[in-house]
Design a protein around this ligand. Structure first.
Ligand code: NI
Length: 144
């Protein structure tokens, strides 16, 4: 078993806001991130697939294919977008576009496409909001 990672970057804006809460409570929970005019990040996305290298090509997956899948499934939806306003999973009343939720949403977008790839499976997603902060998701719901 080998783990192969492809990195991509995207820029997006977001804010954190819960419609069920008062402005005060939103400000208390989310601080500056509650500003409805939004702010941006340059995100780094890492997509790791796992599998056995093909005996002939030595590839787990074709990296150009993986690049195209990431572009089609994630970057086209998130890059240079306002996540709250343009990505349906982060619309008002749905998930907040936190680093954690972006990692889960990217997994959900990529997983069906990667499952179709012969022999490889999606293993891990990392989303870096800054060089100091990232969230990692492996598709598990399990207990803490
Ligand atoms: Ni932010």
């Amino acid at each position: 078993m080998i783990f192969l990672t492809r990195r991509a970057t995207f820029s997006a804006s977001h804010y954190y806001w819960n419609d069920a809460w008062s402005a005060e409570r939103n400000a208390q929970a989310f601080g500056r991130c509650a500003n409805r005019n939004s702010h941006g990040h340059n995100y780094t996305l890492e997509v790791t697939v796992a599998g056995e290298p093909d005996p002939v090509t030595g590839f787990v997956v074709d990296l150009k294919w993986l690049k195209d899948v990431i572009e089609r499934e994630v970057l086209s939806a998130y890059d240079h977008r306002h996540l709250n306003l343009e990505a349906p999973e982060f619309a008002a009343g749905k998930l907040l576009p936190t680093t954690e939720n972006i990692a889960i949403a990217a997994w959900n977008r990529l997983q069906p496409a990667v499952t179709d790839a012969g022999g490889a499976r999606l293993s891990r997603i990392r989303v870096y909001e800054t060089s100091d902060i990232f969230a990692e998701y492996r598709g598990e719901r399990g207990e803490l």
